[in-house]
Design a protein around this ligand. Structure first.
Ligand code: ZN
Length: 319
């Protein structure tokens, strides 16, 4: 068998407005760890905030570009419209109470594929999120103490892409990116590279929807994981041979990346698992200092002056 070049989801990156509200929502209410505080390498006047589990493992990493005052986007087709987090099946009551406590509106619990229990809600910027209550996920959760360990988020469950058409995006995932169709029901087709929670990519075939518009509360891109630099080059060649316009390899400091648009218009990235977030910070202190890539260190004073100070306020979000 050929070596698997894509192993699952690496990270999800979204657009937001206020940076402090973003920190409070993800580290406070959801209880994730801030694993890196850096800047958008292409626009260093904007933060790039990374949240995840204790080490920031691929499959747990949610990242944001918070642009102060950014207009809200509109959800619709040609967008990734939901990011689902995995929590234990015994945690439904806990999370309903917690979201209510912090004033986060959510849907009633719903079933999907007959046996999957979830609730949908939106973050402080309007980004579509879900909690999926399940017992299949073997990964440990992470907590600073805001949520008890037995109810903590374990990482992603999966993501949902809302698409005008199904076939070409499915063909890309199935034939170009090592995914398999694991479930389908109605207009929802679930793909996965690993078959386990963390890596589900649902294509929702929804031609009647209006097109999404980028802005605060929308997804910027979805990144898939590849084992190393060699497998990344093989993926790149494969995508080029299928006619996709793929960027050269870009150094993102914590991983190396290539980007391209899938047939429905959503920006995809393929990121290497190494080197990871401990490359420039001790694992015990991830996310504490503003980290810049070596090529931007010379501009640190200017960059710091342009950024709104932010802090992790976990103590305000204890149960
Ligand atoms: Zn990315």
């Amino acid at each position: 068998m050929n070596k698997q070049l894509i192993t699952g989801i690496h990270h999800v990156t979204a657009l937001a407005d206020d940076a402090q509200k973003n920190v409070d929502f993800y580290t406070g209410i959801l209880g994730l760890r801030m694993v890196k505080k850096t800047v958008n390498f292409d626009a260093p006047d904007v933060y790039h905030l990374y949240y995840g589990n204790e080490t920031g493992s691929p499959g747990t990493i949610m990242t944001f570009f918070p642009f102060q005052g950014m207009m809200k986007g509109r959800h619709g087709k040609g967008q990734m419209t939901a990011t689902s987090f995995s929590v234990p099946d015994t945690s439904l009551d806990y999370w309903l109470k917690r979201l209510k406590k912090f004033g986060i509106q959510h849907t009633a619990p719903q079933q999907r594929f007959d046996d999957e229990l979830f609730i949908y809600f939106e973050d402080i910027h309007g980004l579509g999120l879900e909690l999926v209550f399940n017992k299949e996920d073997q990964r440990p959760g992470f907590t600073y103490g805001q949520t008890p360990m037995e109810h903590a988020v374990k990482g992603f469950h999966g993501v949902a892409l809302t698409e005008e058409g199904y076939e070409r995006t499915a063909a890309l995932l199935l034939q170009g990116m090592d995914h398999q169709l694991v479930k389908e029901k109605g207009n929802r087709y679930r793909m996965s590279a690993s078959g386990v929670p963390g890596d589900f990519v649902d294509i929702i075939h929804s031609p009647q929807d209006s097109r999404g518009l980028g802005g605060s509360g929308t997804i910027h891109h979805l990144a898939f994981a590849t084992p190393d630099d060699d497998t990344q080059l093989l993926v790149r060649d494969k995508l080029l041979s299928k006619g996709f316009n793929v960027t050269p390899v870009l150094d993102r400091q914590y991983f190396h990346s290539i980007y391209f648009r899938e047939p429905g218009g959503i920006l995809f990235e393929v990121a290497t698992n190494p080197p990871g977030f401990a490359i420039d910070e001790h694992p015990a202190h991830l996310g504490e200092a503003l980290k810049l890539p070596p090529w931007q260190e010379a501009s640190r004073a200017t960059i710091e002056k342009g950024l709104q100070p932010i802090q992790v306020n976990t103590d305000k979000f204890m149960d």
